[in-house]
Design a protein around this ligand. Structure first.
Ligand code: SF4
Length: 313
């Protein structure tokens, strides 16, 4: 049995910088940013965008144990273009069947054989088999993923950073290294690492923060399956769309996408909603995904943009 690992992550990832930026931002944060984002959030048609979001796959299940496994797979492969993501997930969920939880608990050589031909951009069948085996070991020891997360989560911390670092570390520790032809230790280049990014590497960890948002936040899109983790501790899932829009509306001054930027944007959003800073994420992200705010400046789109009033582009 692999024990729960413990390392000190305190302060390595820029929480203090993020708070400093947010304090400076507070000086300028007039009511309009909150008013505009609240208005955009409240009038957003969530249902109309679900068909373009990987969270739809977790909606197929009503049991919490199925939902957390479904959500982890849906988030892990949420990279690339939307059409490619949905195609990959449709194929994968065809294999996971009526209960992703039972699929993982009973994962066998026969299931591994069915996954050998799997391919999604940077990841191959070997990586997803590695993930399934790590999840199987984790479920056997902890019963569900929430318990694995809670084993290292600090409920008093400002963010989930430490819990997420250890959650990822503990899952990776359960990957049998033989899959990557190693007797001992997972190689640095193992593709399963790409599926489970950690703040410890400086990555923005968009997909893991997305998974946590789905698990921890209450609706309209998210599930609130993990009731022992507070939404106030979540970190914004930052990708290129969110980073760009975040810069336009003054959530961050950073130009490099990474964990520090994610913390800084979250700290600014905490000024608008201290109990649920990432509640604006789905609406803002879909402004980018659906080309409401294209990377190339488009004055017509800007004229119709619901957050134009606070955009500095
Ligand atoms: S005003 Fe234009 S640049 Fe600014 S967020 Fe809206 S679409 Fe994007």
């Amino acid at each position: 049995m692999v024990g729960v690992m413990s390392h000190n992550y305190g302060g390595v990832c820029g929480e203090r910088d993020a708070v400093d930026f947010a304090k400076r931002r507070r000086m300028k944060c007039n009511a309009s940013l909150k008013t505009v984002l609240d208005n955009y959030f409240e009038n957003f048609h969530y249902e109309a965008h679900l068909s373009q979001d990987p969270v739809q796959f977790a909606y197929r299940f009503s049991d919490d144990r199925d939902r957390e496994i479904a959500a982890l797979f849906a988030a892990a492969f949420a990279y690339g273009n939307v059409a490619q993501i949905l195609k990959t997930l449709e194929w994968l969920f065809g294999l996971l069947g009526a209960s992703p939880y039972r699929y993982i608990r009973s994962f066998s050589e026969c299931d591994a054989h069915s996954l050998q031909s799997f391919y999604h951009r940077f990841n191959t069948g070997r990586d997803i088999i590695a993930l399934c085996l790590a999840l199987q070991r984790a479920l056997k020891e902890f019963g569900n993923l929430q318990n694995l997360f809670l084993a290292a989560h600090n409920p008093k911390a400002t963010t989930i950073e430490e819990g997420l670092c250890r959650f990822v570390e503990n899952l990776l520790a359960r990957v049998p290294p033989e899959i990557y032809r190693r007797n001992k230790g997972l190689p640095a280049e193992a593709g399963v690492r790409f599926l489970l990014p950690s703040p410890a590497s400086g990555s923005a960890c968009k997909r893991m923060n997305l998974f946590l948002r789905w698990m921890v936040r209450p609706g309209p899109v998210d599930f609130r399956v993990w009731k022992e983790v507070e939404p106030r501790q979540l970190v914004l899932p930052v990708d290129t769309h969110i980073a760009r829009i975040g810069q336009y509306i003054g959530l961050t001054k950073r130009t490099t996408i990474g964990w520090k930027m994610a913390l800084e944007m979250t700290a600014t959003l905490r000024l608008l909603d201290s109990r649920d800073p990432v509640r604006y994420d789905f609406a803002l992200c879909h402004l980018g995904i659906m080309r409401g705010c294209p990377a190339k400046h488009n004055p017509l789109k800007c004229a119709m943009c619901p957050i134009q009033e606070v955009c500095t582009r």
